[in-house]
Each structure stands twice: as C-alpha cells, then as structure tokens.
Design a protein around this ligand. Sequence first.
Ligand code: FES
Ligand SMILES: [Fe+2]
Length: 386
Amino acid sequence: MESITAASRPLLPAYYTDPAVLAAEQRRVFARTWQLAGHVSDLPEPGSRIVARAGDQEVLVVRDEDGELHAHRNVCRHRGARLVAAPEQHAAIRCPYHGWTYRLDGRLIGAPEGRRFAAPLDKPNLGLLPARVEVWHGLVFVNLDTRAAPLADQLYGLDRLVGRYLGDRLVPVGRSRMHDIADPAGTGVVGTEANWKVAVDNYLEGYHVPVAHPGLMRLLDYQNYTAEPSEGYAYFEAPLRETRSANRLERLYQRLVSPMPGLLPEDRDVWRYVAIYPNTMIDLSADCVGVWSMVPDGVGRTLLPGAIYRHRDAGLRTRLAQAVGQRVNRLVTDEDDDIVSRVQAGLRTPGFTPGPLSEREAAIGWFADRIRTDLGIDAPAEDGGR
Ligand code: FES
Ligand SMILES: [Fe+2]
C-alpha cells in the first residue's frame, strides 16, 4: 500500500456542494478524459450505434461498414437536433428533424431540397463534430478531447493485472447497459443522492467495509485488502476468506464460485477492482465482470449506468455463482447508497472540514490530488482557486 503524502489531503466540502465546481469539472475533467461508453458487444454490426455520456455531453458511437468505430458529437450540423436517442442500426445517420444525412464516418451526404439553400452546401465542412473512441480489452471509451493522450497510455500496466478478465468474448448478463444513460428515466438507470466524487471516494477505500458491509466482511480477507493508486488508475485486491460464511447465500457463493474461461485458478480466491480516472469502475470476480461509471446529474446527484458481463463460454456453475453473487452484491450496493447520501448531507454543514485520511484511504488522496490538479485555478477559492 502506498504511503500517504502530506499533499494527499481530502477535498474540501465545496468540491462536493458548489455548482460552480461541477461546471468547472465539466470543462476541465469530463471534456478531457476517457469515459466508458460500453462494450464492443453493444455495437455488433455495421451501422450499430449507441449514445455515451461525457459529463453533460453526449457522444454518438457508430460501427462503420469496415467494422471500425467512430465517435461523433450527438448533434446535427443543421440546427442542432440531437441525432440519436437509443441504440439503433442503420446504414447512415439521418437527422430526425429535416433529414440531413451523414455517413457513418460523419461526412455529410446531403440534405433534402438541397437546391433551396442560397449556396451549395459546403459538405466537407458540415460533417458531424468529432470525438475520440478507443477500445481497451473490448471496453469502448470515448473522449471529447480530440487531442487527448491515448487511453492505452493512461492504463499502462493494467493489462497485466486485469486483461485476462476482459476482451471481446464477454457477453452481457441481464438487461442493464452503459448506453442506458441516453434515456436514464426510461431504462431505469440507478442514481444516488450524492456528488459524483462522494460516490468515487466511497469506491476508492475499503476502510468502511468492517462497519458498513457486514456481509462483505464475512467474505473478504479484510486484513489483506490492498489499494494501489497509479498515475491514471487505482487497483484494488480483496482476497476471499477461506472460512465459510455463517450466511446461507454467502456460503452458497463460496461453494459455487469457479473461474471463467481465460482466468487462472488463483483468480477464484480474489476480488479485484479498478477505478480508472476519473469515473470508470470495473469489478472483477471469478464469475463475472461489472463495469459502471459515475455521471453527475447535478451537484448532489449521480447516475450510475453499468452492465455485467461474463465469458460467453462460462459453464452453468459459474452462471449460478454469478446469480448468487449478484444478490450479495445488491445488498452491498444498497449499503453504499445509504452511506454516500449521508456524506452528501453532512458535507453541507457550515464550518465542517474533513479529518485526516487513513492509510487505507490512500486512493482517496490520489483522486483528490488529481481533481485539484485538473481544476487548477477553477478550484474553490478556499483551496487556492479563484
Ligand atoms: S436539425 Fe438536423 S436536419 Fe435540421
Ligand atoms: Fe462500499
């Protein structure tokens, strides 16, 4: 575990409660970082498309005729209509307002009644506005910053730790998908009543497990829970206990769990987690992979779009373990939901400043440092900003 440096102080309450900070984060964090859009299986065919979110902006991700992915801002170049609202598959991208039509790579093909424009349409300059897309072990990420450093650079070293869990052989389990974020109310995306960074902070530490998650405490070897922040991500390992849990459901999970194809025998006995800066989370267990992200929905609310995957050749036993594991996990999620909303409520207390971080909260210090650096002069005034 990395030691905490003096610089690693927690963020002051204004970071979690001030709408001006969220506005700055939209520009300085969400408009510049890689955001999880989904999995390659969400874009199975030429013409498939999904809508992803980068903070408060939408990105359209499309698979073209050659199988390549393209990312565009989800806005028509005519009068600004939102182009796509739900996953679809068509040979071209046609605006639902007046019918301007674009190739999958974003070039404008034409507009209805093209002769009624004063001058011929300058098609080369009226293509869809670009965004970036990259695939990392089957996970699709987008970035609004067309000059952003490659995602693979940010994740250097992570392949070795978790690559074997991921890839294009994963298939989704259940109905939830990352791209539900395009219609959060209609698709039932889970939300939580806390600033997105309260939710991230909570994910970044295991210090709360003994008190807040009694079930997890029975399953995990807490003494050997480790958190390792790197530059662009934090990596966690939580070995599973050998002793049988007193809880029936947990005991069933312990009995059933076995590694999916591609994993190592020792992967059976450990849960791994990754937090990719700023807001992508990956849960890796022997029986499934959960991916999700924390998307601000106002300063005091966060949407949590996500999906669960397993190897397509996973056997019945793994599927059973996964179903049981998900039930255990739902309890943990509810417990976390309660905690983060308590923190958000408490952070509004005038005069409150956070206490010191434990060694077990090292990754919170890492995240706080990164946020402070990204916000720069737009940090809250009491923390050196304007
Ligand atoms: S706004 Fe898209 S065609 Fe008019
Ligand atoms: Fe938790």
